[in-house]
Design a protein around this ligand. Structure first.
Ligand SMILES: Cc1ncc(COP(=O)(O)O)c(C=O)c1O
Length: 366
């Protein structure tokens, strides 16, 4: 039985499609293509949902990171700590504003930015800021990171591109934070547009004002230029239509994660600790294999059975040729690179689907 990685068919059910089609027709009829009523409505409702004062929509998740760095006036000569393993957009944003990424190591269990490594890297390199990534939807140890960075006057931009639905702790969603928090709404994300979109959350009025200026060509501040990173009205209309269903779908992902946790016990792949089940958004469901050779063979075996799986991430950032010249720490990050296989994860998987995947993994190892 095939088990697909994503399931856009059930996500975009007829009733949602009808709502969106009606909205798009209205947008076309009213020539309201950029920054319209759904931008304002989404920003207000998403900010309230994530317990932040402001939500500012932008064109995509990479722009959200870059604009956040610009809002902190980061540029040439500044060093910013980036986790040793993540999607490369996090480092790309640092380079695009003219600053230098410095690798910060991750913990060996979950692959999240390690506060002790932040301290060591800061003492050696002198960091202006750090960009912890809530990778796969897992929450970084923000209490420790916040307390150290506040004492050293280091800013934090949380890359929550994969973390719509993540909680730092009980009742405290990602965004309920003293930091700038960025999201991507790329079509595969938990909350997704029909194209590119992103946003930045903040409680700081001055930073919010700066971000609004930067995303729209510097308008509102005669002394500076910005860029075009406005979010299309059509994408905002889609995001706003999807928002009421997102909690239900994220809870279904948590159930799927629990099924996996139970079904994979005793098999030679490492799952994440059980306490993450209610905290993570489960954007992806990663397991660790003992080596990259085993991961490759297992991936091919599952794919032959039409079980969707993806090897996020095959390399640390320092192993990317375009980033090899940058310094920092990434010993633990290297332990994850090439060893991780993401199994099918979407809100519509049943216990039977998960047992099918676990059964195939068991067959592979037997
Ligand atoms: C961790 C992380 N940061 C940043 C991004 C960039 O987002 P976007 O593709 O919307 O620019 C992504 C997208 O996949 C991501 O996973």
């Amino acid at each position: 039985m095939a088990v697909s990685f994503y399931n856009f068919h059930d996500l975009h059910h007829d009733s949602l499609k009808n709502t969106i089609k009606e909205r798009l027709n209205n947008i076309i009829d009213n020539n309201a293509f950029v920054e319209g009523e759904f931008n304002t409505a989404f920003e207000k409702e998403f900010a309230a949902k994530q317990k932040a004062k402001h939500c500012l929509l932008v064109a995509n998740g990479t722009d959200a990171l870059e604009i956040s760095l610009l809002a902190y006036c980061i540029g040439h000569g500044d060093k910013v700590g980036v986790p040793g393993i993540t999607f490369y957009a996090t480092a790309e944003a640092v380079l695009n504003v003219g600053a230098t990424p410095v690798w910060v190591d991750v913990d060996p269990v979950a692959g999240l930015m390690c506060p002790q490594s932040v301290k060591r890297v800061h003492e050696k390199h002198g960091l202006k800021g750090i960009m912890p990534v809530h990778i796969y939807g897992l929450p970084c140890p923000m209490d420790e990171l916040n307390s150290y960075c506040q004492s050293e006057n280091i800013f934090i931009i949380e890359d929550a591109a994969q973390a719509q639905g993540t909680f730092y702790k009980n009742e405290s969603p990602v965004g309920d934070s003293p930091n700038l928090v960025t999201f991507s709404f790329y079509p595969t994300k938990n909350l997704s547009a029909f194209g590119d979109a992103g946003c930045i959350l903040t409680n700081d009025d001055d930073l919010a004002k700066k971000i609004v200026t930067i995303r729209n060509h510097g308008r509102g501040d005669e002394t500076s230029m910005g860029r075009n990173s406005r979010c299309d009205h059509m994408q905002a209309a889609v995001l706003h239509a999807k928002l009421p269903e997102i909690d239900k779908f994220n809870n279904q992902r948590k159930m799927v994660a629990q099924y996996y946790f139970n079904a994979l016990q005793g098999l030679p792949v490492k799952t994440l600790p059980e306490h993450f089940i209610c905290l993570s958004s489960w954007h992806l469901y990663p397991v660790q294999c003992e080596s990259s050779e085993v991961r490759e063979k297992l991936m091919n075996f599952l794919r032959e059975k039409e079980i969707g799986c993806t090897p996020f991430y095959e390399k640390t950032l320092s192993q990317e040729p375009a980033l090899a010249q940058y310094e920092g720490e990434d010993k633990n990050a290297r332990g994850f690179a090439g060893h991780t296989l993401c199994l099918p994860m979407n809100p519509f998987l049943s216990q039977k689907d998960v047992e099918e995947v676990a059964g195939a993994i068991k067959e592979f190892f037997s």
